[in-house]
Design a protein around this ligand. Sequence first.
Ligand code: SF4
Length: 393
Amino acid sequence: MNRNEIELYIHIPFCVRKCAYCDFLSGPADEGTKARYLARLFDEFAFYGEMLGKGKHADRETAHGAVECKGPRRITSVFVGGGTPTSLSAEQLSGLFERLYGCFDIERDAEITVECNPGTLDANKLSALKGAGVNRLSIGLQSALDDELKLLGRIHTFEEFLKEYKAAKSLGFENINIDIMQALPGQTVGKAMRTVKTVASLEPEHISAYSLIVEEGTPFFERYGAHPELLPDEGTDRAIYHGTEEMLASAGFVHYEISNYAKPGFECRHNKGYWTGTDYIGMGLGAASLLDGVRFGNARTLEEYVSCFKDPSTVETLTGKDRMAEFFFLGLRMTEGVERAEFLRRFGIPADEVYGDVLRKHVAAGLLKDDGKKISLTERGIDISNTVMCEFL
Ligand code: SF4
């Protein structure tokens, strides 16, 4: 990690319809709301653009008086997520990037990702994204089986996804992620593998495969919260996980993070930055930021965000101990693990002096691998990764 680097995240909270499992800050909105939101978002671009210096050295307090930026910083990644950014029109998407480039100096070779959902991508929007320099698309497919898409409350069929995916490829997008969701209600290992096989056969550069989490406050929670027997059991979930790993390995994907697979050289730079502690500025509803050891977030309702984007109550200055814990908690997500030398470089103390007992215990239990230089999760450790990683907190 280069301490001078910084990543930008931009949240677009609009979707055509709310999916049955989703608890993200997202939902349908009318055109007036979208326009008001974008206007406020552009104010935020201007605010942080000035703070990061647009090429100049910048060092001043933010609106809530708690964060300073010691610029200039290299912006190496931009991630426009949601929600469904492609629920905006082609003109709105072009306008968003025009503002972004007007406010920030973004590295020439930066990774610029836009999340898309099938059913919202057309030739105009794809051309607008291409024209705006977007070089990575992340498409939320979730399943290649229409009965599962219906169960999830998705707005699209597999055929619709396929048409849009092929259009993106033929327009020259050469770095595409496809998201799939696993351990769905009633899902067997065989059904899950059908989706993995279908997706791998499309040869995207990246695949994310996350297990469903039934979140409170969603229609899925009402249906399944009290009925875990309707969801795949732990054994099925693990069999799906290991089956996915094997199938994608044989299709040439590198398993570089617990839930992420990439063709060599196509690991998501934005996420890797997050897992290795790179600073980031989040803009838009509810977006979180980490800047020079301070974490802070934006307002989580549209009304509050439009009147004042910051939520001062979220400001938290990380202690040295917090940052050390995050180093392991996030870093162990990557299959290459964490480096002792990097820990020493960042914190000025050997990892063993802080976490010696935890490391020895998990190595002895076969949950961590330790070659003296690098520490990483074993296959068994990955299966209970949350338990292992929580011990560093
Ligand atoms: S498209 Fe994504 S963000 Fe929007 S409701 Fe569905 S899961 Fe949530």
